[in-house]
Design a protein around this ligand. Structure first.
Ligand code: SF4
Length: 437
């Protein structure tokens, strides 16, 4: 247990976010903020323990972690801070190598200091995590005492806060590990006393399933009227089954200030009429179609053809898609690279038996172009236009045309309203518009 490590001898704790492959500018994005560490920071501060948050960057020098003596000095910002305990967080199982690198670095640097690892990967694969990273203990799930506290937002530069009104989920979808990480279904009946910022991001797995959701939404509506909050978003999709049974919730979400609502469409294309009803509820409540996004998992049970049919439905409804490439819950690596146009194999990343590398790449590209078209309310996308490879005069003319007109001139014109075969040529390498024409 985490609490057992917090003895009277512990005066300084280092909190480490590994060097996950997140672009520098996205490190504080709400999808990646190390919220668990910020909660632990508050918990430790309450006990008068000094803390330091490190957004770990791997040292440029190659370190042989197996050697027993330091043969060079590692000079960095935590040099003056001698921790009694080090806590490393983890996210996806397939980013395990970044956790290992951080653990190995700190075990090397502070040889006698225990290193703990918590977070999603640690909770889903505790045995692998302990052996592979070489940490001293794996912390499972959430830390009850720290859950009650306001995270230490002063340690990061963000204008939003993250909230949970629930833990766990009422469902058990085959591709989701929530039931392992948060096995207990817990609901709060109020969050108003937790509000410290005007922008709120809910991290609930299934917000609408909270048995007190009406009370929570009423609180948010009041806070919005009082101008204490300005922006609300749910990181996960809304559970459409619950919304269809309680259609008035859509209006309450709108009145509470929710933006960019998402709905999950995990199953067959035959569910289209049912998904459309959920979209209609949101539109009737005042959300714009292009603001709505449909969560879709691909590289999973449904093949490329069916997923592409689902995508075309979304185009006809005018909504965006939030795509998620499936990786098994115990996948410990992922080297997928969208720029490797010549392709990759199972050795690089997980390819489901119903999918091929070519289909995965094509579907991802389709989604990207689909979303650009929906956001801009246009019926075609052209990489040549996007990359400004077309002379300005021509570009202006093409932007005023529709797909049927432009496809004769622009070889890479792509429309979201059509089914695109995986084999269909994409024009990655066109750099010179004139030459190609
Ligand atoms: S509803 Fe969402 S959070 Fe719940 S089990 Fe399914 S995918 Fe996971």
């Amino acid at each position: 247990m985490f609490e057992d490590w917090i003895t009277d001898d512990v005066k300084c704790v280092l909190l480490v976010e590994p060097n996950f492959p997140i672009p520098g500018k996205s490190r504080n994005h709400s999808n990646f903020l190390p919220i668990g560490l910020l909660k632990i920071a508050s918990y430790l501060r309450e006990k008068d323990i000094k803390i330091k948050l490190i957004r770990f960057e791997e040292p440029k020098e190659k370190i042989d972690y197996v050697q027993t003596t330091l043969d060079f000095d590692i000079k960095d910002e935590e040099d003056e801070f001698k921790p009694d305990l080090i806590c490393v967080t983890s996210i996806f199982t397939y980013w395990s190598k970044y956790v290992k690198n951080a653990v190995q670095y700190y075990k090397y640097k502070f040889k006698d200091t225990p290193v703990l690892v918590g977070g999603i990967y640690a909770s889903l694969m505790p045995d692998h995590c302990k052996k592979y990273t070489g940490c001293d203990e794996v912390i499972l799930g959430t830390i009850a005492e720290s859950e009650k506290l306001i995270p230490a937002y002063d340690l990061v530069d963000v204008d939003y806060q993250i909230l949970h009104t629930t833990r766990g989920c009422i469902r058990k979808c085959g591709f989701c590990g929530t039931y392992i990480i948060e096995p207990k279904w817990l609901c709060k009946n109020s969050i108003k006393d937790e509000i410290v910022k005007k922008k709120l991001i809910f991290y609930d797995n299934n917000l609408l399933a909270n048995e007190f959701i009406e009370d929570i939404l009423d609180e948010l509506i009041e806070l919005k009227k009082e101008r204490k909050i300005t922006y609300v978003e749910s990181q996960s999709g809304f559970d459409g089954r619950i919304m269809l049974k309680n259609p008035h919730l859509a209006k309450k979400l709108k009145d509470a200030g929710f933006k960019n609502p998402k709905i999950a469409w995990d199953h067959s294309v035959k569910q289209a009429p049912y998904i459309k009803k959920q979209i209609d509820l949101l539109v009737d409540a005042g959300f714009k179609e292009k603001e709505i996004s449909i969560f879709m998992i691909y590289n999973y049970d449904l093949d490329y053809k069916e997923m592409e049919e689902k995508r075309v439905n979304c185009a006809n409804w005018g909504v965006q898609i939030t795509d998620c490439r499936f990786r098994p819950l115990d996948q410990t690596f992922d080297e997928y690279s969208p720029s490797k146009h010549k392709g990759q194999t199972e050795k690089d990343y997980h390819i489901h038996e119903n999918w091929t590398d070519q289909e995965i790449r094509k579907f991802r590209r389709n989604i990207r172009r689909h979303n650009i078209c929906m956001r801009h309310e246009v019926d075609f996308h052209s990489t040549l236009l996007e990359r400004k490879k077309v002379p300005q005069e021509d570009a202006k003319k093409y932007r005023e045309m529709n797909y049927e007109e432009v496809k004769k001139d622009l070889p890479d014109a792509w429309t979201p309203y059509k089914f695109h075969k995986a084999e269909e040529q994409d024009y990655f390498k066109i750099n010179n518009y004139k030459e190609k024409l």
